[in-house]
Design a protein around this ligand. Structure first.
Ligand SMILES: N[C@@H](CCC(=O)N[C@@H](CS)C(=O)NCC(=O)O)C(=O)O
Length: 209
């Protein structure tokens, strides 16, 4: 492992960033927090780190990594203590299914950047965002019925929880009614204030202000 302290470019309320913060904290990886919100004035320069111009971006082991799933899997593979994927292949697949519903089935569709392109009408943007959030949460609700214990998949913390908690926090902020999804809401209530999420919670991060 490189001797340099990892640097995480991220911002407090970015759900993709929260996923990475949570894994770093869970695995006891000390890191430097760099507050960065992608805005037009600075994004050209930032694209040298992440060609997509988005957060998170983690500099670790002398390398620059982007895309939260890739970053997290790298951390899981290079820092295997305190694993976040179950040993059993089927359980791993279950965890990854939840990760993908959130990572590709909800987050990119609800993102303000996507909604802005679909329509300039602010009310319609909100409708669009809530539509995709609720479509994904409805699927998660069915799915979790077959997998959950104390956590999303069984009774151990996994990447499924690391993706679910930030997603539900953002979903609520974007106007979705979590009470329509009782299993998701229950897991959120049980986990949001669990130590790893508490320490990395958006309301407790530097805002750059
Ligand atoms: N698939 C990417 C998505 C990253 C992403 O959408 N990041 C958002 C914040 S959660 C962002 O940077 N948005 C600003 C922008 O797209 O300009 C990941 O998982 O890292």
């Amino acid at each position: 492992m490189g001797p340099e302290k990892p640097i995480l470019y991220n911002f407090a309320y970015s759900s993709c960033s929260w996923r990475v913060r949570a894994v770093l904290v869970y695995k006891n990886i000390d890191f430097t927090y760099k507050h960065y919100i992608p805005v037009e004035e600075s994004v050209a320069e930032y694209r040298q780190l992440n060609a997509m111009g988005q957060v998170p971006c983690l500099i670790i082991d002398g390398q620059t990594l982007t895309q939260s799933v890739a970053i997290i899997e790298y951390l899981e593979e290079t820092r295997p203590d305190l694993p976040l994927l179950p040993k059993d292949p089927l359980q791993r697949a279950r965890v990854r299914q939840i990760v993908e519903i959130i990572n590709s089935g909800i987050q990119p569709l609800m993102s303000p950047g996507t909604a802005k392109i679909v329509t300039a009408d602010i009310e319609k943007q909100k409708e669009w965002q809530v539509y995709w959030i609720e479509k994904g949460l409805a699927a998660l609700e069915v799915f979790l019925a077959g997998t959950h214990g104390k956590f999303c998949v069984g009774d151990e913390l996994t990447l499924a929880d690391i993706f679910l908690v930030p997603q539900l926090f953002s979903s609520r902020r974007f106007g979705a009614d979590l009470f329509k999804f009782p299993k998701c809401a229950q897991l959120f209530q049980d986990l949001e204030h669990w130590e790893v999420f508490e320490k990395t919670h958006p309301t407790r991060q530097p805002t750059g202000a």
